[in-house]
Design a protein around this ligand. Structure first.
Ligand code: URA
Length: 438
């Protein structure tokens, strides 16, 4: 069937089957379909949507457009599972959760991304660690997943190649905001990693990818239906992003924080609680734990025994980083030369944070990219970010800026002043987990 006939069907509101979608995704992956047809296809889907069966077929076509990892030949015990997030600010869950779940008996082949817009990227954070290689050979990746239980790396060219081109065209044809296209894009890549179980963290709030809580919920429901339809046990936690998850944001700063959590500190923090909730769901869904109580016991043991930190250290060393990172983090992780506190200028309760603005502040400091391919300054970012509900007096810090120079710190300080809204009445912070969908 001609590509233009498939596009015509979708344009006219008809449904597409797996064979048609394989033709389009295959042509996108091998280059035989040009950008004009990709754009027209994306716009037809954007305008007319897809039913569940079509979206499952699209996800499977994207998944199968390149290499699909298999793990059955490696003969290890334990499930292959992963977590993926729609992205946030101060969201370093992956750095902690991967090794933590590995220490509980899981195998986590985590293929992660770079910062996108205002959100940080796991790969950028890991590259704060000297020597850490996010593009190891297939053999190294597989060995680490088998022996250490976790490896966090970047996307290879052979994994879901149709998505890379399709996403690039969507980005410039105003077709990103389509639920079936988003879900097929996210799940197509994730399911190509050969997962039995996937837990998605869909963010809700002022720093979330989706613009409203309703849209986050709609995305979450679609992810569960389409992930399960494509044969991977998939659940979603809707978690709060009305404030940064950690009290810091920025690449090196977040690796410091990950080491602190893996060392068993900060158990009362929002970051720990959300990471634990996601890890608990992974253990239950994969059969590593029988229920929430059993999962918590296993998670406590893995953290308190030092096993989770040990897995992180072995992963770092296996990917070219220093074996003693945990003991000498201050020696290896870069720090910014200038710090500046942004202080409250009135008394009040912190009632809202423009989380997106904080994420963009990190980008402006050089901790994210203005243009694809820009170099990143791993040292810069924000710390000591005041939490929602906190009572502040004039002169108390709203956050601390870590910058390459004083001019950058001053500029970002001016802009971020407006990201904090203080009121007179006490404020109840939002729940950390808004809902769990299975
Ligand atoms: N992230 C993805 O990988 N794909 C999308 O379409 C949106 C966010």
């Amino acid at each position: 069937m001609l590509t233009q006939e498939i596009i015509r069907r979708k344009r006219d509101g008809q449904t597409l089957d797996r064979k048609m979608l394989d033709l389009v995704m295959g042509g996108i992956a091998d280059g035989s379909i040009g950008d004009a047809q990709i754009g027209a296809f994306a716009m037809a889907v954007y305008l007319n949507g897809m039913n569940r069966d079509e979206a499952v077929a699209l996800t499977e076509s994207i998944r199968d457009s390149g290499q699909v990892m298999r793990w059955d030949d490696l003969a290890f015990d334990g499930p292959v599972l992963d977590k993926h997030s729609t992205g946030g600010v101060g969201d370093l869950v992956s750095l902690v959760l991967g090794p933590w779940v590995a220490a509980c008996g899981g195998h986590v082949p985590m293929v992660s991304g770079r910062g996108l817009g205002h959100t940080g990227g796991t790969l950028d954070k890991l590259e704060s660690i000297p020597g850490y290689d996010v593009t190891p050979s297939d053999a190294v990746f597989r060995r680490l997943v088998k022996e250490v239980g976790v490896a966090i790396i970047g996307q290879t060219g052979s994994l879901a190649p149709a998505d890379k081109r399709l996403y690039g065209v969507r980005d410039v044809t105003a077709t990103v905001e389509s639920i079936p296209l988003i879900v097929a894009s996210i799940l197509g890549k994730k399911l190509a990693c050969g997962l039995e179980t996937l837990v998605m963290d869909v963010k809700v709030g002022s720093g979330a990818f989706m613009p409203t809580p309703e849209a986050s919920r709609e995305l979450a429901e679609a992810i569960v239906a389409i992930g399960c339809g494509a044969g991977t046990r998939t659940s979603v936690l809707l978690t709060d992003m009305n404030q940064p998850l950690a009290d810091c944001a920025g690449n090196s700063l977040e690796v410091f924080e990950a080491l602190r959590l893996l060392g068993g500190h900060g158990k009362e923090s929002r970051l720990h609680q959300v990471t634990r909730s996601l890890a608990r769901e992974m253990l239950i869904q994969s059969g590593l734990a029988s229920d929430a109580g059993d999962a918590d016991k296993r998670l406590d043991r893995a953290l308190d025994s030092g096993e989770a930190l040990e897995r992180f250290s072995r992963m770092v060393q296996g990917l070219g980083g220093p074996g003693d990172l945990a003991e000498r983090a201050g020696h290896y992780l870069p720090t910014a030369p200038v710090t500046l506190d942004l202080e409250a200028d009135r008394t009040g309760f912190l009632r809202a944070i423009d989380t997106r603005a904080l994420g963009l502040g990190v980008v402006e400091l050089g901790g994210g990219r203005r243009n694809a391919g820009d170099a990143i300054d791993h040292r810069v970012g924000l710390s000591h970010i005041a939490p929602l509900g906190q009572h502040l007096e004039p002169g108390q810090p709203l956050l601390r800026i870590h910058a390459a120079d004083r001019a950058d710190a001053d500029a970002v300080s001016q802009r971020l002043r407006h990201a904090f809204d203080l009121g007179d009445a006490p404020v109840e912070p939002p729940p950390l987990v808004h809902a769990t969908l299975r």
